[in-house]
Design a protein around this ligand. Structure first.
Ligand code: UDX
Ligand code: ADP
Length: 463
């Protein structure tokens, strides 16, 4: 079966870059990315490639080549579904904020709405590909909805979880460690799997394309994220011990990472992991384990989240404690707001939680992030119901320059590891600040010796 027409529902951080790269690599396949959010689609169609809705290094070059040739962005969801032979579902699956499984389970309402829409619109056979991260056995629910439409259209459901990391999405899509495709173990199922294998094998070596049953594929995605997050929580746990004992977490991470059985990746101690995946996927795993009565399994993985919450809180607490136990009416600069460098995504960013903690302590916060808008910062804080205003006084200000954000502050907190922070004139920043001038490096990225020579009091996670 040769796929000629692809539709992707959901033009977000996953759907946008993934489809752009498939379109670039497969110029003969027409790909339409659709979304109900009209302003997002307009941004994807913008002539000015700096206005794309997401920032990813290398993405604008891919869009420039493919958009208008075989890559299209549209709000006409029905038309794109109708025309496609393969439909990717890349809609958001946030943690439920209500009802059963609140705070833990994934909210599958957007997935279900997509399935119902496909069922309603489709008049020809389709392969439906789950791209969003989903709890194990979601494919059954999608299949149930699709198979009970009362019309003779046949659907095959595949699970093809996306492993790209934000900030390196385009490189990850060009050179994935592996591509995972789960499908039904029937003749039709295998044929559908092969159709998707044929697409990826245009640029991914065959030995890196794994095919499994649907459940293994769904569970592998949750497990991969849980293992990665667990490494971060493990090194963060050690960072607290380092601070007490005089060991240096960077040195410890290097020493253990050189053990080939451990490996050096994902051992950077930090103010805590963020992003749309880690917390959500682990909560999901915990919820699934509990559903099956596997309480020890659930508790084991939950600890990864508890450690992460603790790390964010202890970073904020350390700021207050060091600033003579009060930050009331003191200005604190936040350098970085995104959950990691090279992205404008702020979902679950540690910065939001640290800010919330400090605002409760009556601090004033001045934010600078190279890619995050002021509106996004306020949206994030409003979501937590943070104290951003008192009697019309704005407690959080967002600046377009780091130098402005550091004006008159008592302390600087580094929340994201943006590389530009190391290129700053730190002498000049020092002059602008209240003295003694403190830097709290939540990412272990600044040069301690240099800052201390200038006169800063410097403290970093795990040192
Ligand atoms: C993650 C997975 O890496 C990816 O495979 C999956 O598809 C989606 O979830 P992402 O959340 O985009 O990707 O970024 P990632 O690089 O994994 O970082 C997640 C968080 O962990 C960030 O806040 C990052 O700063 C933090 N982190 C990562 C650390 O604190 N220390 C590390 O050593 C690595
Ligand atoms: P992710 O990081 O998983 O890509 P995003 O939130 O960035 O998540 O993107 C998901 C996108 O899916 C959003 O732009 C949202 O508007 C879109 N979406 C959700 N439900 C539907 C739907 N039923 N039809 C079309 N688009 C949808």
């Amino acid at each position: 079966m040769k796929i000629q027409n692809i539709c992707c529902i959901g033009a977000g951080y996953v759907g946008g870059p993934t489809m752009s790269v498939i379109a670039q690599k497969c110029p003969d396949i027409k790909i339409t990315v659709v979304d109900v959010n009209a302003s997002r689609i307009a941004a994807w169609n913008s002539d000015d490639l700096n206005q794309l809705p997401i920032y990813e290094p290398g993405l604008s070059e891919v869009i420039r080549e493919a958009r208008g040739r075989n890559l299209f962005f549209s709000t006409d969801v029905d038309l794109a579904i109708e025309q496609a032979d393969m439909i990717f579902i890349s809609v958001n699956t946030p943690t439920k904020t209500y009802g059963l499984g609140k705070g833990m389970a994934s909210d599958l309402k957007y997935i279900e709405l997509c399935a119902r829409q496909i069922a309603r619109v489709a008049t020809t056979d389709k392969i439906v590909v789950e791209k969003s991260t989903l709890p194990v056995r979601t494919a059954t629910a999608i299949k149930n909805i699709l198979d009970n439409t009362g019309n003779p259209v046949q659907f095959q459901i595949l699970s093809n979880p996306e492993f790209l990391a934000e900030g390196t999405a385009v490189m990850d899509l060009f050179n994935p460690d592996r591509v995972l495709i789960g499908g039904e173990e029937t003749a039709k199922g295998l044929e559908a799997v092969q159709a998707l294998v044929d697409i990826y094998s245009r640029w991914v070596p065959k030995e890196k394309i794994l095919t499994t049953n649907v459940w293994s594929s769904e569970l592998s995605k949750l497990t991969a994220n849980a293992f990665l997050a667990q490494r971060v929580s493990s090194i963060n746990a050690i960072s607290e011990l380092c601070e007490q004992t005089g060991a240096n977490v960077t040195e410890v991470a290097k020493a253990i990472g050189m053990d080939s059985r451990i490996g050096s990746e994902f051992l950077k101690a930090s103010v805590g992991f963020g992003g749309s995946c880690f917390q959500k996927d682990i909560l999901n795993l915990v919820y699934i384990a509990k559903t099956y009565g596997l309480h020890q399994v659930a508790d084991y993985w939950e600890q990864v989240i508890l450690m992460n919450n603790h790390q964010r809180e202890r970073f904020a607490h350390r700021i207050v404690k060091t600033l003579y136990n009060t930050v009331s009416d003191k200005k604190i600069a936040f350098l970085g707001w995104a959950f990691k460098k090279d992205t404008n995504d702020t979902r679950e960013s540690a910065a939001i939680y640290v800010a919330d903690y400090l605002l409760n302590e009556q601090a004033l916060i001045q934010v600078y992030d190279p890619k995050v808008t002021a509106q996004q910062v306020y949206t994030d804080l409003n979501y937590l119901n943070s104290r951003t205003e008192v009697e019309n006084e704005v407690l959080v200000k967002v600046h377009t320059s780091a130098y402005q954000a550091c004006e008159d502050v008592h302390a600087i907190a580094i929340l994201t590891e943006w590389e530009e922070f190391n290129t700053y004139d730190w002498e000049l920043i020092y002059q602008k600040m209240q003295k003694p001038a403190f830097v709290f490096d939540g990412r272990n990225v600044l040069n301690k010796e240099l800052l201390e020579k200038i006169g800063f009091t410097y403290s970093a996670i795990g040192r």
